[in-house]
Design a protein around this ligand. Structure first.
Ligand code: PGA
Length: 248
């Protein structure tokens, strides 16, 4: 049985006061044994959250990492630095990074390997834009993203990766993919991974992301190939995050 991973992606939101309040509300929250709960925070606040949730089972992560170990890369943060700060998760290849900050498939693949090399669990995001879905090229696009990211990754590392299928047209739009469409794509991703890794694909966690909220999480989580959710907007409020984790 695969576990379910519910991970908050705060993006560029929150400040130290709201984070303090958020953490004090969720520090004692119950997390079922078959659920992984995580929060990917802006790097600047990583240590604040890590310290505040020190006794909790919630995993704290970052939203991005640079692939080089160290050096003259102004403004960047390496996977080694994240590890040093205690990161357990790191989002890689989020569509906002791909669309706004030039993260190509090649860069995503390097970042994925850098994060894995530091024993941080990567959350690899893939997903199509609306035009691709309408043209019917969404599967080809996602297949290419998956094949590129997993190229050169062996079975042992493949098992450690969490994949997040996030159709870009559903992110922050309030327009959630139907549970059936999300299931179809998560199943499709698993079938691509099965071609490369055989049975290992059955143990890889595949999340859905895109306008997940209390009203739709239960339906999504019932699906066979959906192993949790990456949540943006609905993760910014403590009560909402806690309820999403409870419903996983
Ligand atoms: P959303 O964001 O839940 O606000 O749609 C999800 C994501 O971008 O990971």
């Amino acid at each position: 049985m695969r576990r379910k991973a519910i991970v908050a992606n705060w993006k560029m939101n929150m400040d130290s006061a709201s984070i303090g309040e958020f953490c004090s509300k969720i520090q004692d929250m119950t997390i079922k044994d078959d659920v992984i709960a995580g929060i990917c925070v802006p790097a600047l606040y990583f240590t604040q959250v890590k310290t505040a949730l020190d006794k909790s089972k919630i995993k704290i992560g970052a939203q991005n990492a640079y692939f080089e170990e160290k050096g003259a890369y102004t403004g960047e943060i390496s996977a080694a630095m994240l590890k040093d700060a205690g990161a357990e998760l790191c989002i890689v290849g989020h569509s906002e990074r791909r669309q706004l900050f030039g993260d190509t498939d090649e860069i995503v693949s390097k970042k994925l390997k850098a994060v894995l090399s530091k024993e941080i669990t990567p959350i690899l995001c893939v997903g199509e834009v609306l035009a691709q879905r309408e043209e019917g090229t969404h599967k080809d696009h996602v297949k290419k993203q998956i094949e590129s990211a997993f190229s050169g990754i062996g079975k042992e590392d493949a098992k450690k990766i969490i994949v997040a299928y996030e159709p870009i047209w559903a992110i922050g739009t309030g327009k959630v993919a139907s549970a059936e469409d999300a299931e179809e794509m998560c199943g499709f991703i698993r079938s691509i991974l099965a071609l490369k890794y055989g049975d290992i694909a059955e143990s890889i966690l595949i999340q859905y992301g895109g306008s997940v909220k209390l009203e739709n999480i239960s339906e999504l989580m019932k699906m066979q190939n959906i192993d949790g959710a990456l949540v943006g907007g609905a993760s910014l409020e403590a009560q909402s995050f806690e309820s999403l984790v409870m419903k996983a």
